[in-house]
Design a protein around this ligand. Structure first.
Ligand code: PBG
Length: 339
C-alpha cells in the first residue's frame, strides 16, 4: 500500500523555531561574546605612531604612547585580552631584543598593565620578529662556524625560555610560544619556575601549521624568513592526527592553554582537539583570514559584518573557548549593537 503524501501533512517541524529573530535567539546553541576575544597588537619604537598596516586594513603599528588609549577603547568594547607582537629597533642573528628587559614588548607590557591592570596581557614568545634571518629560532652552525641553513632546535630553546622569563618579569599575564621548536613548553616552564614565575601560565601554539595565511602578518611584523620557509618546524597542513599528538605533548610538558592555528581552514582539527582535551582551547583567526574578508568586502563581494560574525561564530561552534582575532574590535561593536 502506498501512503499518500497528503496523510503526512502538515510538514512543519524545524521551521517553527526559525520564524522570528526572538525565537532564533532563544534556541541559539552558540553565543559569541567580546569576552571570547584576544586582540593582537603590533608595537613599534618611536613616538606618536599609529600607522595602518596596508595588508590588514584597520590594523595599526602602535608606539608605546598610543597603548593607553588602545587599552581604554578595548575596555569600552568589552575586549579584555591582548596578544603582543613587537618590532625591534634592530635585528641580529640571535634575536637579542626578544629577551631584553627593555625590549619593545617588555616596555609595552609595563605600559599596558599600568594603564589597565585588569587587561590580560599575553606575549608572543618567538624570535622571528627579532632575527636578521627571520626564522623562529637560531641557525645551527657547521663545523667551521658558518650557518648551515638549519634552525637549531635545542640551542633555540634557551633563548625562547629567556624571552618568556623576561616577558614574565615585565608583568605578562600569560606567555604564548609560537616558535614550534620541540620541547619548548617544558623549557619555558622550567625557566619560569626557576625564576619564581610559578604562577605565569603558558598558552602554547600547540598545533601551528606552516600556513600561507600568515602572509599579511609577516608584512606587519617584518618577520618573513630571509631564506627557505618554516616547513621544517611548523606543521604540515594535511596532518590532523599529528596535531593531536603535538597538543598532547604540550599538555604533558605543562601547557595551561593550547591553541590551533590558523582557525577557519583547520576547524576539523579544532573540533577534534575539543573532543579529546579538557584544557582551555584557543583558535588563532590569522592575518590572512582577516585580510580575505576585508578584501572581499571592499570589493562589494561580501557583507563584512555578516561574514565576520558568521566566521567567528563558526570558530566558537567548532570548540574554541578563546578566539584570537584582528576582528575583535569591529565584532565587539557589532555585538554591542545587537544586544
Ligand atoms: C610568529 C608568529 C606568526 C604568527 C603569529 N606568531 C607568523 C609565522 O609563524 O610566520 C602569524 C599570525 C597571523 O598570521 O596573524 N612565529
Amino acid at each position: 500500500m502506498t501512503t499518500s503524501i497528503t496523510t503526512q501533512l502538515p510538514f512543519a517541524r524545524f521551521r517553527r523555531l526559525r520564524r522570528s529573530a526572538a525565537l532564533r535567539r532563544l534556541v541559539r546553541e552558540t553565543r559569541l561574546s567580546p569576552a571570547d576575544f584576544v586582540y593582537p597588537l603590533f608595537v613599534v619604537h618611536g613616538q606618536d605612531v599609529r600607522e595602518e598596516i596596508p595588508s590588514m586594513p584597520g590594523q595599526h603599528h602602535l608606539s608605546l604612547d598610543r597603548l593607553a588609549a588602545e587599552a581604554q577603547e578595548l575596555r569600552s568594547l568589552g575586549v579584555r585580552a591582548v596578544l603582543l607582537f613587537g618590532l625591534p629597533a634592530a635585528k641580529d642573528d640571535a634575536g637579542g631584543e626578544a629577551y631584553d628587559d627593555d625590549g619593545i614588548v617588555q616596555q609595552a607590557v609595563r605600559v599596558l598593565k599600568s594603564a589597565d591592570p585588569d587587561l590580560v596581557v599575553i606575549t608572543d614568545v618567538c624570535l622571528c620578529e627579532y632575527t636578521s634571518h627571520g626564522h623562529c629560532g637560531i641557525l645551527s652552525l657547521s663545523k667551521d662556524g658558518v650557518p648551515d641553513g638549519e634552525v637549531d632546535n635545542d640551542s633555540s630553546l634557551e633563548l625562547l625560555a629567556r624571552t618568556a622569563v623576561s616577558q614574565a618579569r615585565s608583568g605578562a599575564d600569560l606567555v604564548a610560544p609560537s616558535d614550534m621548536m620541540d620541547g619548548r613548553v617544558a623549557a619555558i616552564r622550567a625557566a619560569l619556575d626557576a625564576d619564581g614565575f610559578v604562577n605565569t601560565p603558558i598558552m602554547s601554539y600547540a598545533a601551528k601549521y606552516a600556513s600561507a595565511f600568515y602572509g599579511p602578518f609577516r608584512e606587519a611584523a617584518e618577520s618573513a624568513p630571509q631564506f627557505g620557509d618554516r616547513r621544517g618546524y611548523q606543521m604540515d597542513p594535511p596532518n590532523a592526527r599529528e596535531a593531536l599528538r603535538e597538543i598532547e605533548a604540550d599538555i604533558a610538558e605543562g601547557a595551561d592553554v593550547v591553541m590551533v592555528k590558523p582557525a577557519l581552514p583547520y576547524l576539523d582539527v579544532l573540533s577534534q582537539a575539543r573532543q579529546r582535551f579538557d584544557l582551555p582551547l584557543a583558535a588563532y583567526n590569522v592575518s590572512g583570514e582577516y585580510a580575505m574578508l576585508h578584501a572581499a568586502a571592499r570589493n562589494g563581494w561580501l557583507d563584512l559584518r555578516a561574514s565576520v560574525l558568521e566566521a567567528l561564530t563558526s570558530i566558537k561552534r567548532a570548540g574554541a573557548d578563546i578566539i584570537i582575532t584582528y576582528h575583535a574590535k569591529e565584532a565587539a561593536r557589532w555585538l554591542q549593537d545587537e544586544a
